[in-house]
Design a protein around this ligand. Structure first.
Ligand code: B16
Ligand code: MG
Length: 217
């Protein structure tokens, strides 16, 4: 029985991917590293340090650990400047109505995000009250596609993993949900969301009735 819905943040609740890209682009430009827009897809759902390694793949020299730490820090400063300005208008279509439905039917909700800025983003969007738990990269050892973050979210809610559905927009995220043995809702194109139990082109298509039917089916 469906008892809880776990949400990814970037790409499901809000589209902060363009902010991440702008900031990585700035870092790459400053370092004289060519950056292909395809990294946009590859850094989705992937934690900050792993994202930096992807950004630096085409660098002509190698970077020491401290240098990498400084670049990751600088990228985050640029990113935080942007998310400080987020408002509830940035919520993706249909999300708030869906959250209201989920809560009014007594289901539990959590966020499972690779972003260490998840709390700040949720606060800026004004949706903190809808969530019973927020689990981010800071509270788990292994990032997506490892299932750990989804297990941690289920545990925080006190709901068995089998009774959870989770929503993701990234390949690494869908893989993590499946590895956790949960029902996977994918938002995006069929090509990218292979493996999703229910595929939706956009968040405006989310419906709790349909999710409940498919979950039971
Ligand atoms: P931060 P999600 C992920 O969020 C983003 O999709 C990914 O591009 C980003 O690198 C990651 O958060 C880390 O974010 O630098 O803020 O810790 O989709 O898992 O909510
Ligand atoms: Mg995402």
């Amino acid at each position: 029985k469906l008892e809880a819905v776990i949400f990814d943040l970037d790409g499901v609740i809000v589209d902060t991917a363009s902010f991440h890209y702008e900031c990585w682009k700035r870092i790459a430009d400053e370092q004289g590293v060519p950056l292909d827009p395809s990294v946009n897809e590859r850094v989705k759902g992937v934690d900050r340090r792993t994202s930096l390694d992807i950004v630096l793949e085409r660098a002509s020299r190698s970077y020491a650990e401290e240098e990498k730490a400084a670049l990751a820090r600088r990228k985050n400063e640029l990113y935080v400047e942007r998310i400080e300005r987020l408002t509830p208008e940035a919520l993706l279509p249909g999300i708030e109505a869906f959250l209201r439905d989920v809560k009014s039917r007594g289901l539990k909700t959590a966020i499972a995000s690779a972003s260490r800025n998840a709390r700040l983003v949720v606060e800026r969007l004004g949706v903190g009250a809808y969530f019973d738990a927020i689990v981010d990269a800071g509270s788990v050892a292994k990032g997506k596609p490892d299932p750990e973050i989804f297990f941690a979210a289920a545990e925080a809610l006190g709901v068995p993993y089998r009774n959870c559905a989770a929503i993701e927009d990234a390949e690494a995220g869908i893989a993590a949900i499946r590895a956790a043995g949960m029902f996977a809702v994918g938002v995006g194109t069929e090509a990218r969301m292979r493996g999703a139990d229910w595929l939706l082109p956009g968040t405006e298509m989310l419906s709790l009735d349909e999710l409940s039917d498919r979950f039971a089916g």
